[in-house]
Design a protein around this ligand. Structure first.
Ligand code: HEC
Ligand code: HEC
Ligand code: HEC
Ligand code: HEC
Length: 406
């Protein structure tokens, strides 16, 4: 047997441990803090920032050159096999190819993968023999879909390949499905929970919010409107734990507190929340669509490993997917809110005949889930209408510029 049996020694050890506790806890968050009031006075809706941890957002690279005109010969007339970018000018097409190279191709790629060769066989540019070109075609469609149909989330800022890739073939922040947890002997069955994980801020919460919420729809509402149990809400403790796991992940990805979106007096109440909660609501749906419609179908296209010997598929054979962190990287707006679309306007247009349908409107979905909450729904109608107006505008641009044959 080890350990002290003497009660005085035991007590001294315990007191010592308790005395040391604040030191250990404070060690992670020593330093000046800044507190900014976000909501109305009273409910403590504020953002507390540890100034020692604040870093300026990464500056996006400059465009290879400035786009001066969108006129000129259409790219399709020169490259008849183009599927996505045929309707822009040859000049604009060339600029986008150059920028895509800077955004996605790693600087240390070996010669046979360097520059344009990351996606192309230089002997035959139209060929799809490199998987990276097929992937890029889907990525182009995905980026256009985000910028055209999800302005409810990305606003006029929008995203480019760089928002996720940052000069790397595989974006730094990605996720894939986890194998089913197995029983760990005496520790019992631990469904990805009660393990120290940075994903959920080292809380005991379930630490796979990505797989739980960001591929397929799953109910995130857990608060009940009723005092007594009723059919209106059948969520249990486990659902609540999963929801909180997701919320920890979202907060970490944006570098914000819960009160950046919520009034903590009532997490479920929309009318007391900040508009950022609505933006996040759209974001969750946008991410699900990106993962299920654009990335998951690439499972058979990606090799298990790339030229750099790094994985392109997760342990269950699914491609590496997107979450809030992939774009946001610790900032409430990715890249500090800088837009890269001025020189790459074709990333905010969809010319294809098989254009995806516009994003869902929040009003209907949120309203249906919470019919008792009249005020909140009325407020959301306003938010949703504004978002729709933006989407409508994008549609108008699209149809005004669409080729006559469409
Ligand atoms: C990250 C992948 C990627 C990189 C890097 C890349 N391209 Fe492309 N390229 C594509 C995709 C995808 C298409 C097809 C687009 C479409 O169908 O609308 C394409 C099409 C082309 C075509 C048309 C080929 C044809 O005849 O159909 C040319 C020319 C081209 N790229 C040139 C370049 C040049 C030059 C560079 C380097 C400056 C480059 N690309 C870098 C992905 C890439
Ligand atoms: C919302 C985030 C996001 C955006 C925007 C995005 N990508 Fe990706 N891309 C990913 C993820 C995640 C992967 C990794 C998939 C995997 O390896 O299974 C990836 C992989 C790729 C790959 C494969 C690279 C390799 O080395 O295997 C290419 C090429 C690529 N993307 C091109 C593009 C291009 C071109 C654009 C812009 C038109 C773009 N991506 C926009 C998230 C994004
Ligand atoms: C970036 C915005 C954002 C942040 C930060 C955020 N949440 Fe949320 N939260 C949401 C959204 C959006 C929903 C509703 C999701 C839906 O309906 O699909 C939600 C839902 C919830 C719910 C369920 C409410 C109900 O109706 O049952 C709880 C509880 C919750 N959040 C707690 C938290 C906690 C705790 C934190 C901090 C750890 C947090 N949230 C941080 C946006 C956010
Ligand atoms: C494809 C990239 C991308 C992904 C993925 C993404 N976002 Fe965003 N998000 C953006 C962009 C771009 C903006 C900036 C829009 C603007 O300029 O107002 C933004 C803005 C926001 C804002 C408003 C911030 C503010 O200061 O007003 C919230 C909240 C937000 N995102 C939450 C989320 C959540 C939650 C997720 C994951 C479920 C997510 N985002 C995933 C691109 C992304």
């Amino acid at each position: 047997m080890t350990g002290h049996r003497n009660p005085i020694v035991q007590r001294a050890v315990a007191l010592g441990a308790i005395a040391a506790l604040p030191l250990t806890l404070a060690a992670c968050e020593i330093g000046p803090k800044q507190s900014q009031q976000l909501g109305p006075r009273g409910p403590a809706m504020e953002q507390v920032t540890n100034l020692n941890l604040v870093k300026p957002a990464a500056a996006p690279p400059a465009s290879a050159y400035a786009l001066t005109s969108r006129d000129g010969q259409k790219a399709r007339e020169v490259y008849p096999e183009l599927q996505v970018l045929g309707d822009i000018s040859v000049d604009e097409f060339g600029l986008l190819m150059a920028n895509m190279t800077a955004w996605v191709v790693p600087a240390d790629a070996p010669p046979e993968q360097a520059g344009c060769n990351y996606c192309h066989n230089p002997e035959n540019m139209a060929s799809y023999e490199k998987y990276t070109k097929s992937v890029s075609l889907n990525m182009l469609k995905m980026t256009q879909n985000i910028n055209v149909n999800w302005q409810s989330h990305v606003k006029e800022t929008g995203v480019s390949c760089y928002t996720c890739h940052r000069g790397k073939g595989v974006p730094q922040y990605n996720w894939s499905l986890k194998p089913d947890p197995v029983s760990s002997g005496m520790a019992g069955y631990r469904p990805n929970q009660n393990e120290p994980s940075a994903v959920v801020g080292y809380a005991s919460l379930p630490n796979d919010p990505n797989g739980s919420f960001l591929l397929n729809p799953r109910e995130i509402r857990v608060n009940s409107d009723q005092i007594h149990p009723s059919d209106m809400n059948t969520s249990g403790t486990k659902d609540a734990e999963h929801t909180y796991g997701l919320m920890m992940r979202i907060s970490g990805a944006l570098g914000v507190n819960c009160t950046f979106c919520h009034n903590s007096q009532n997490f479920g109440e929309w009318s007391h929340s900040r508009v950022q909660k609505m933006t996040a609501w759209y974001g969750i749906r946008m991410v699900r669509q990106m993962n299920s419609d654009y990335i998951q179908p690439l499972a058979t296209v990606f090799p298990a490993k790339g030229w750099d010997d790094q994985a392109r598929l997760g342990p269950l054979g699914d491609p590496l997917k997107v979450n809030c962190q992939t774009c946001h990287q610790g900032y409430n707006k990715p890249l500090g809110g800088v837009s890269m679309l001025a020189d790459n306007p074709s990333l905010r247009e969809i010319w294809r005949a098989d254009a995806p349908a516009p994003a869902p409107v929040a009003v209907a979905a949120v309203g249906a889930a919470r019919t008792t909450n009249g005020v909140a729904v009325a407020k959301l109608v306003a938010t949703g209408a504004a978002a729709q107006a933006v989407v409508g505008k994008a549609d108008a641009v699209r149809s005004a510029m669409a080729p006559a044959t469409n």
